[in-house]
Design a protein around this ligand. Sequence first.
Ligand code: KG4
Ligand code: ZN
Length: 322
Amino acid sequence: MPSDSLILGIETSCDETSVAFLENGTTLLSLQTATQLKKHQKFGGVVPELASRLHTEILPTLLQKALLESQKSLDDITHIAVTTTPGLEGSLLVGVMAAKTLALALKVPVIDVNHLHGHLYASYLSPTPPTFPYIGLIASGGHTQLVLVKAHFEFELLGQTRDDAAGEAFDKVGRLLELGYPGGPAIEELAKSGNPKAFSLPIGLRHDAFSFSFSGIKTAVMQTVKANPEILSNEQLKADLCASFQRTVIETLWKKTAAACEVYGCSNLVVSGGVTANQALASHFQTQCQEQGIDLHIPDKALCTDNAGMIAMAGFYRLTQE
Ligand code: KG4
Ligand code: ZN
């Protein structure tokens, strides 16, 4: 492990462009994230070609800002950690090419980082990181996975979604309820004034311990709206449906995560990915974990969604393994 390191993290896998400087694996000197949400909103989802172009446009500016904030120069960089997979091909390429070009010019190594590992390593940006073995729940727009983490980069996939990811379900339900893109934050906001018990919605794959399915709940919401079209013009009913949907997704995620903690005897739990930015989810998990003596690690909101800080941190721990 290098004693002095300054890792430049780069994340461009989807619709967030992000750059970070991490010093000695402990101090996040700067995190600059630019979301493209507004640019994609009118299309109702992420347009891949547009995402790549926007990454190309904004990345140099973010790098300048990060250098300025951390009071570092390009020559201080010792490593560049970049998300290489999974994600939108064109978007990933922008980050990878930027990393490789800079690395060539600065004569520093590039560390390839898997985006999902990055989400788990967001928990290492807090002063009290998890201890091994721990259960990791990644719930984002593209993935929903439960993993057993035995040691650094020793992951065992316990289960994942068989169809839609949890965030995808939030986005699809958001579109269905005419709340725009992305659905997650809009549903969370409206759910605050709704009754979470108003509608009964299904828990996907109820009897499968660790696998998820969210297409059934999306269809159930669709059928509910079809049978009660007044929901779309009645704010209270819409809020009730949002609250019921959110509650069911949270209960689904908790039920399977709790089972994984129990079966594998883990008292540490890391929860990350865009969906875990949801404060109702965070408080449900906090209450349940407290009752069951589980040490819960949820990154700060800005670190739950896509960011380069988590990529730099995963890169740092990759180095410690060499
Ligand atoms: O991790 P992330 O930023 O990007 C991916 O790797 O996919 O996750 C984005 C997803 C979107 O589907 C978005 O609707 C969801 O996370 N999301 C939320 C919230 N904020 C973002 N879902 C529920 N509640 C939120 N507050
Ligand atoms: Zn993500």
